[in-house]
Design a protein around this ligand. Structure first.
Ligand code: BGC
Length: 746
């Protein structure tokens, strides 16, 4: 019900609108009429409905078409009001107090397009797998809060972060933007990061919906999967991210799913998102992922993105008007699309807390955040003979390769964050899209020298393996850096770039005290793994990567990351070994993604999902499992029985009959303990992970029977188990675990 007082204000706004329409008066500037948007009474959807009622038909269409916000000379000039060198711009409706949507990539920090001309430098978090390896949603929230804060400071109010496509193809060039192979872990971490971004009154976007699990043929590939398997894998990751992060927006993907473009799929955009999950945000397209006007709008796409970069402009006013005139789109559909966008803007504070683009950024604080994430995300894969942390007695150390004297590598494409300081290794190919290759100016070598003043640390670039091996011979410790550059729009081989495997082999042969530090976008083959006693996975470790690596190697930080993905031993262990799938492909492994595939087939990975060592040791006590609501809670005492403080990711795996794999990650938690200290952790197990998706009844179906819960240090290093009988149950689509705090009204 709208009060009389507010109704009167509607009229005032409508009259004011008539006189101000088309003028440059923006919300927040002096002298404008009292606008409806600023009346804070009512829920976001009520406020959106009230504004919508005042909009002219053409104003509604303005919200549905987003422009590319970077010039493409000589063909395209970005709108004058867009933020230079950014991803997107959607005009506002000044007379109604509806602000412009200024959109920026991405999940690791504020990115820039067209770097040569635009110098927006920001703080880069470590890559998605590093964040996932922390197994720490609280950290992901803080990381999201940091990058969302920078987005806001730069004047962006929509962030295109939240990549949650599953790591189904270990060679995908965008795995570094995502959060690994497990739907619970990926959904939980990305959901937390989304919530963190949105804590800044900035809308965040979960992407790319769905099955954009590889870059090969991303625009034309038709990826098929059995519906039940889809619901239990990629869709479950999105579902969890959406319920935890409540993003204002979801970005539909470039590819086709089951022969339908993802951005015009009624199954994805209406059945799953709206009917099943009751999600209330708006769907924006990926940049150029739209292929129709009426079909897309009626399927559930609300906003087209990237007009200018892609010239079609399927949601340009002229095309929408024509479709309306022909009756292909009903006016009510346009109202629905516009109201979803407005609702998300109100719900996330875009109207009540407008961005100005002039706020200062405290880079020192933000770098500290990036460093924390890097430290928590680094995974110690192998440490024979406790070679690490570096002993105080190590006097002669040789560091080799990976441009470790200059910085740490990052991933390419639209998510590339340009650092304050410059690219530490300019000129590496490719220097233009999908490059440039950017190294952040945080040198592991320099940082090691700071932390280990007693040691003499020499450096070889590794270009000449024989010379590097010669230098390594006789050293107390050798640290070889191995890099793999990956980027949006390409898939990459499952190994280190160039001849680095041979370099590592030559160095290890010359000195058995060799540690390999990997900086990779995802998993790589490690053919030299048996020849070196130490391996550290640092991922793309972000703006402070060199410092974090040095802290872990020196023992100043105790590694606590766990692998969010399987490292295969050989290519032929993959469901699709030859190369990433092409054009028409069925994801025949179904829901058996990553470790589930390896476990179902009895394949031995090189390093298992969940694996990661520490400089201390954690012991688990007796496992107890009790029923709680529809799910379970596992409790176990964790004790740090070693000599150092450290963090542990306690993992709980669940097993049932007739599943896609012998076990699934059912729950996890991160604890930090002083030596000798212990704590009891209570880990909830989501009932969807104790069930299978049943297409016939459209829901999560659990058969009556015996289920096993096992606590583990990894998916292959399992501890105690409890078996229990559970009754049959059925959860409807969209079932969610009870919220800890009341959900925000929309
Ligand atoms: C990417 C999206 C990105 C968009 C805008 C596309 O190429 O796939 O992830 O948000 O560009 O830069």
């Amino acid at each position: 019900m709208i009060s009389r007082r507010r109704a009167a204000r509607f009229t005032a706004a409508a009259i004011a609108g008539a006189t101000l329409a088309g003028s440059a008066v923006a919300a927040g500037q002096g002298g404008e009429p009292v606008t409806l948007a600023r009346d804070t009474t009512g829920t976001p959807s009520q406020r959106a409905a009230a504004v919508l009622r005042q909009m002219t038909p053409s104003e509604k269409l303005v919200l549905l078409e987003g422009y590319f916000a970077t010039d493409i000379p000589p063909t395209y000039t970005a709108p004058a009001q867009s933020r230079e060198g950014s991803a997107g711009y959607v005009p506002g409706i000044p007379r109604l107090g509806i602000p412009t949507q200024w959109q920026t990539d991405a999940g690791l920090g504020v990115a820039s397009q067209g770097r040569a001309r635009h110098k927006r430098v920001a703080t880069a978090l470590p890559s998605g797998p590093a964040m996932a390896a922390s197994f720490d949603p609280a950290l992901a929230y803080e990381g999201g809060r940091m990058i969302g804060g920078e987005a806001r400071a730069f004047g962006f109010n929509v962030m295109l972060g939240g990549g949650v496509d599953l790591l189904r193809e270990p060679r995908s060039g965008r795995n570094f933007e995502y959060a690994g192979e497990d739907p619970l872990l990926a959904g939980t971490i990305v959901g937390a990061e989304i919530a963190g971004v949105q804590a800044n009154h900035v809308i965040d976007t979960a992407k790319h919906f769905a099955l954009n699990d590889q870059e090969t043929d991303r625009g034309t590939g038709n990826f098929n999967i059995d519906e039940a398997a889809f619901r239990m894998s990629d869709l479950l990751a999105f579902e969890i991210a959406l319920e935890r992060g409540r993003p204002g927006s979801v970005m539909c993907a470039y590819n086709l799913v089951d022969s339908v473009h993802a951005c015009e799929s009624p199954f994805l955009l209406t059945q799953v998102l709206r009917q099943d999950w009751a999600w209330l945000g708006y769907v924006m397209s990926d940049w150029g992922a739209v292929h129709s006007t009426a079909a897309s709008a009626n399927a559930g796409l609300d906003q087209e993105s990237g007009f200018g970069l892609q010239k079609a402009g399927w949601f340009a006013a002229g095309k929408l008007d024509a479709a309306l005139a022909k009756g292909e789109i009903k006016p009510a559909r346009i109202d629905l699309m516009a109201s979803r966008i407005l609702t998300a803007m109100f719900a996330n504070g875009l109207i009540d807390h407008p961005v100005t683009g002039t706020a200062p950024i405290d880079f020192a604080t933000d770098r500290a955040m990036a460093r924390r994430v890097a430290e928590e995300g680094i995974v110690l894969l192998k440490n024979d003979g406790d070679l690490l942390p570096i002993a105080a007695t190590a006097r002669r150390i040789v560091v080799i390769g990976g441009h470790a004297d200059k910085g740490v590598i990052s991933g390419g494409g639209s998510s590339e964050v340009y650092p304050e300081g410059e690219n530490a290794v300019p000129g590496l190919k490719p220097t233009s899209w999908p490059g440039p290759v950017v190294f952040y100016p945080s040198s592991p070598l320099e940082e090691l020298r700071k932390l280990l003043p007693q040691a003499r640390i020499a450096y070889a670039d590794g270009d000449d393996p024989a010379a590097a091996a010669e230098m390594a011979r006789g050293a107390d410790l050798v640290i070889v850096f191995g890099t793999q550059w990956a980027s949006e729009s390409i898939d990459v081989p499952l190994h280190l770039d160039g001849a680095q495997d041979a370099l590592i082999g030559a160095v290890a042969a010359a000195n058995p005290r060799t540690v390999v530090v990997l900086e990779t976008g995802g998993p790589v083959l490690t053919p030299w793994a048996d020849k070196v006693p130490g391996i550290v996975e640092a991922w793309y470790p972000g703006r402070m990567g060199g410092a974090a690596i040095a802290e872990v190697l020196s023992g100043k930080a105790n590694p606590s990351g766990r692998l969010p993905m399987t490292f295969p031993k050989a290519l032929d262990q993959l469901p699709w070994p030859g190369e990433p799938r092409h054009k028409e492909a069925t994801y025949s492994e179904g829901a058996a993604v990553g470790y589930k595939w390896f476990d179902a087939r009895g394949e031995q990975p090189q390093f298992a999902f969940g694996h990661g060592l520490s400089y201390t040791t954690f012991a688990y006590g007796k496992l107890k499992v009790r029923r709680s609501g529809q799910g379970l809670v596992a409790s176990v005492r964790v004790t740090n029985i070693g000599e150092r403080a450290g963090g542990d990711a306690v993992q709980v795996y669940v097993s049932g009959k007739g599943w896609e794999a012998p076990r699934r990650l059912g729950g996890f938690t991160k604890v930090v303990l002083w030596p000798g200290h212990s704590t009891i952790v209570n880990i909830p197990i989501d009932p969807r992970l104790l069930a299978v998706w049943d297409t016939a009844t459209a829901g999560w179906k659990r058969a009556a029977g015996s289920y096993t819960v096992t606590v583990g240090h990894s998916s292959r290093n399992l501890g105690r188990s409890v078996s229990l009988r559970l009754p049959a149950s059925h959860l409807p689509p969209g079932w969610q675990p009870p919220a800890k705090s009341p959900r925000r009204p929309v």
